[in-house]
Design a protein around this ligand. Structure first.
Ligand SMILES: Cc1cc2nc3c(=O)[nH]c(=O)nc-3n(C[C@H](O)[C@H](O)[C@H](O)COP(=O)(O)OP(=O)(O)OC[C@H]3O[C@@H](n4cnc5c(N)ncnc54)[C@H](O)[C@@H]3O)c2cc1C
Length: 469
């Protein structure tokens, strides 16, 4: 079958990264085709509805580090008639039978006294070693487990960091590198803060998300929808990429359509893109097995009780619980549950080939929630829905950076920009996805934001934004 259409830019995937790329190309009056496998936009930021409940692919909270992305999100939501509500985080840890404030390392008060002592003494010891002059210090930590021990000491490692992270990443911490962003995702308190937290003087505003935004109604889907309504043409839903010819720059979809492109922005998980590429050397194809990740089974439960806990979410480090985090989205946005009911969103991590069936996931979850005292024997469960997230957390190990270096060179030469959380194969947020889509569009448009050789062709409908630049 021959090529049916030519596009200046083909974008694969209408999650936030693909939508943002399309939006920014559209703003500059450039043409593109945005192709999405599903019948709706949003990717991981989709929300589903059932029996009066609205649930995300696990709770998706909007936090911003970049004012320009925040301003864009606010503007698009406003224009779409959706309201963003600011929240102060209410997060806890459940361990040793008690709830403590997040983050564990800075709020040990309330735990059994011997646990508090172990955490405190370990932290003081590790802190003391860090105060040694540079010449006396050891080399950089070899892996994440070593970083945890050196940063937090043996007690905090034993009671939270190690069991929690082993449950989340599904492997010993010695198999994880230190380059996955733990440094900014995991708050490192000062000695004073750790002592304060052990004495019951709460340290509440630590970490990257002490406050965040969430749509007032409709779940996180409102955010990708706000992008999509600005993209008036060029969006093709139910178009699954089935193969790509990198040499001839042609993509083919399950519909049978073949499209030739000048530039390609892919937001597909990079192993999925390579698997579909016809002309990739066998060695590169084999390397894809080395890009490790974990999947998440997200169990959503509706419970006929107005309030279960006051928290937005709770972390569970102990191995006796199958989940690592339990969220209460209706504590953020009451509209996601029918009046008087609570929506619980439970996250269980697993290796990609070790998923349990949805029924098993529900059974294990309900039993764990009962053990934790979050569900009572007389609670009526009004809704059960399991969402499987095959690509959830990318593993930062030694293989990752080696494989990605060669791969991105090969893709760049073929005119492919592989972006987004799974296109770049990284641990990044919604804000990063929007930024990367914007940057990919800008790189294609060129500094002058104009058409011409090697750049995206302008449509006849150049926007005001593009004309004013
Ligand atoms: C459990 C979990 C919780 C998270 N919580 C937060 C949070 O609270 N706050 C936050 O900022 N970030 C959070 N994130 C991260 C956030 O979800 C991502 O950074 C962001 O959604 C990634 O967007 P994306 O466009 O890169 O990828 P995706 O959303 O994965 O989009 C890729 C798109 O490609 C499509 N696609 C796949 N294969 C094909 C194919 N063959 N053909 C055509 N289309 C295809 C998919 O359907 C999808 O729409 C979380 C992530 C996870 C896993």
């Amino acid at each position: 079958m021959g090529v049916e259409r030519d596009e200046a830019v083909v974008i694969l995937g209408a999650g936030l990264a693909g939508l943002s790329a399309a939006f920014h190309l559209r703003q500059a009056g450039a043409s593109f085709g945005l192709y999405e496998r599903e019948g709706v936009v949003g990717g991981l930021c989709r929300s589903m509805r059932r029996d009066g409940f609205t649930f995300d692919c696990t709770g998706h909270l909007m936090h911003f580090r970049r004012p320009e992305i925040k301003a864009l999100a606010e503007r698009l939501m406003r224009e779409a008639g959706s309201e963003l509500v600011a929240h102060q985080r209410r997060a806890a840890i459940f361990s040793h039978g008690v709830f403590t404030d997040y983050p564990f390392q800075a709020n040990t008060f309330g735990l059994p006294i011997d646990v508090v002592k172990e955490c405190l003494m370990g932290f003081i010891e590790a802190w003391g070693r860090r105060q040694q002059p540079a010449s006396g210090r050891r080399a950089e930590p070899r892996h994440f487990g070593e970083w945890v021990l050196r940063t937090f000491g043996a007690g905090i490692a034993k009671h939270f960091m190690t069991p929690f992270n082993e449950k989340l990443w599904q492997r010993p911490l010695s198999q994880l590198g230190c380059d996955w962003g733990g440094g900014w995702l995991i708050p490192v308190p000062s000695l004073e803060e750790v002592v304060q937290g052990a004495l019951g003087l709460a340290n509440r505003n630590m970490g990257y998300n002490p406050s965040f935004y969430y749509p007032k109604e409709g779940g996180i889907q409102r955010y990708p929808d706000a992008f999509a309504r600005q993209i008036t043409t060029g969006l093709h839903l139910k178009h699954e990429l089935t193969s790509i010819d990198l040499g001839r720059r042609v993509v083919e979809f399950q519909t049978g359509e073949r499209v030739r492109y000048r530039h390609l922005i892919s937001t597909l998980p990079v192993p999925e893109l390579v698997r579909r590429a016809e002309d990739v050397p066998a060695a590169v194809r084999r390397q894809m097995a080395g890009l490790a990740h974990v999947s998440v089974t997200n169990v959503n439960l509706g419970v006929d009780r107005r309030t279960i806990v006051p928290y937005h979410w709770i972390y569970f480090p102990e191995p006796r619980f199958p989940f690592y985090r339990v969220g209460f989205p209706s504590n953020l946005s009451p509209s996601v549950a029918p009046p008087g009911q609570t929506l619980i969103s439970v996250e269980c991590s697993h290796r990609p080939d070790r998923a349990v069936t949805p029924d098993e996931a529900i059974e294990q979850t309900v039993s764990g929630l009962r053990q934790a005292g979050l569900l009572r024997a007389d609670d009526r469960i009004t809704m059960r829905e399991v969402v499987e997230i095959p690509y959830a957390y990318v593993i930062f190990d030694r293989a990752r950076s080696r494989i990605l270096t060669g791969l991105s060179r090969m893709l760049r030469q073929a005119g492919v920009r592989s972006i987004g959380r799974y296109g770049a194969w990284e641990h990044s947020s919604m804000e990063d996805a929007v930024r990367q889509g914007k940057e990919a569009a800008e790189a294609i448009l060129g500094p002058a934001r104009s058409g011409g050789s090697g750049r995206a062709r302008r449509t006849g409908r150049g926007s005001k934004a593009a004309r004013s630049r």
